[in-house]
Design a binder for this molecule. Structure first.
Ligand code: KG4
Ligand code: ZN
Length: 359
């Protein structure tokens, strides 16, 4: 089945064509138009600007994702679109475009939770080389550490559409903390890659920063106190040299990584999982990958650890196509023709900025 994925939840206009045949997944195209250059001058994402850019780009991006393949519009078997969570005006653009396409082409459409997309993104095969992956290689349950600009949560994925949120941030998301600290240190936007770059030359023990809630006993996170600690240390520091910024970036990154790794390991032990998958924009962080790998090796004898390929760490539509396919197939295995996806009911769907992963 050919799935057209559409994603516009934040500042990336994305469309992808994914082929799932006899349990094999091939990403035929994965087109992402990032608006980073535009939002950079404001030091963060401006929702109104993001929505306008999506309106301008959505049709050309969908057209390009199809043009990169040999797939004709008529061959699309399913349209999968992000309905939440995210910026409401951004979500609306992709959702309305998908609804219009489903109507015009008379195709089934499935609405996808953005975080469910991330949760399965580690499984996607490389797009440029048309690599294949086998759907049956996904075994349940697995523990998912979802770390992005809007979310930081630990989720037990028990099956397609069967999620249990074990813990989450009580204030800022980890990516958001990276972005805010980068702004304080004048390192630019987006903050994650900027901090990671600066940290390469820094000393991670130069500043002793707090690890909020690391011993809280639950699986929740908090990053606001850490961010404030950086703010106060930064105010006290007069000489803002490059060395100072590198040291602070490294010390901050180390604290975030330690918090994420500690709670993930604790969750894995508590729920006795055999597989951990990290996903979302922050999963691109090399230090996180390095420390997570080491800790898992030290603490477990037979744990599988997955990270997405670089092209799928940030927002993309291939992950939405895959999660959409799974949701559709799951519904089909229960009811032969999932009416919700094939009747015109979808015309009533509305973007949901706070869409939750169902328990
Ligand atoms: O998943 P994503 O692309 O969008 C959301 O759904 O939010 O995540 C974006 C977030 C941003 O906060 C960005 O600073 C962060 O991911 N990020 C990183 C890195 N690359 C992106 N954080 C830490 N290290 C990185 N290398
Ligand atoms: Zn995301």
């Amino acid at each position: 089945m050919i799935i057209l994925g559409i994603e516009t939840s934040c500042d990336e206009t994305a469309a992808a064509v994914v082929d799932v045949t006899r349990q094999r997944v091939v990403v035929l195209s994965n087109v992402i138009n990032s608006q980073i250059r535009i939002h950079k001058r404001y030091g963060g994402i401006v929702p109104e600007v993001a929505a306008r850019e999506h309106v301008k780009n959505i049709i050309p991006i969908i057209a390009r994702s199809l043009a990169k393949t040999n797939v004709a519009k008529e061959e699309i078997g399913l349209i999968a679109v992000t309905r939440g969570s995210g910026l409401v005006t951004s979500l609306m653009v992709g959702l309305e475009a998908a609804k219009a396409l489903a109507f015009a082409l008379n195709k089934p459409i499935v609405d996808v939770n953005h975080m469910a997309g991330h949760a399965f993104s580690w499984f996607l095969p490389r797009s440029a080389k048309a690599e294949k992956a086998k759907v049956r290689d996904i075994t349940f349950p697995f523990l998912s550490l979802l770390v992005s600009g809007g979310h930081t949560e630990l989720v037990l994925v028990k099956g397609f559409g069967r999620y249990k949120v074990l813990g989450k941030t009580l204030d800022d998301a980890s990516g958001e903390a990276f972005d805010k600290v980068a702004k304080m240190l004048n390192l630019g936007f987006p903050g994650g890659p900027a901090i990671a770059r600066a940290a390469e030359k820094g000393n991670a023990s130069a500043f002793s920063l707090p690890r909020p809630m690391i011993h809280s006993g639950d699986l929740n996170f908090s990053f606001a106190g850490l961010k404030t600690a950086v703010l106060y240390a930064d105010k006290r520091h007069i000489m803002k040299t490059e060395k100072y910024r590198a040291d602070m970036a490294a010390s901050f990154q180390e604290a975030v990584v330690e918090l994420l790794v500690e709670k993930t390991v604790r969750a894995a032990k508590k729920y006795k999982v055999k597989q951990i998958a990290v996903a979302g924009g922050v999963s691109a962080n090399k230090r996180l990958k390095q420390i997570m790998k080491k800790r898992i090796q030290d603490d477990f004898s037979d744990m599988k650890l997955f990270f997405p390929l670089p092209e799928y760490t940030g927002d993309n539509a291939a992950m939405i196509a895959l999660a959409g396919y799974m949701k559709y197939e799951e519904a089909r295995s229960i009811i032969r023709t999932p009416k919700t996806f094939e009747s015109r009911d979808y015309m009533k769907w509305q973007a949901d900025p706070n869409m939750r992963l169902a328990d």
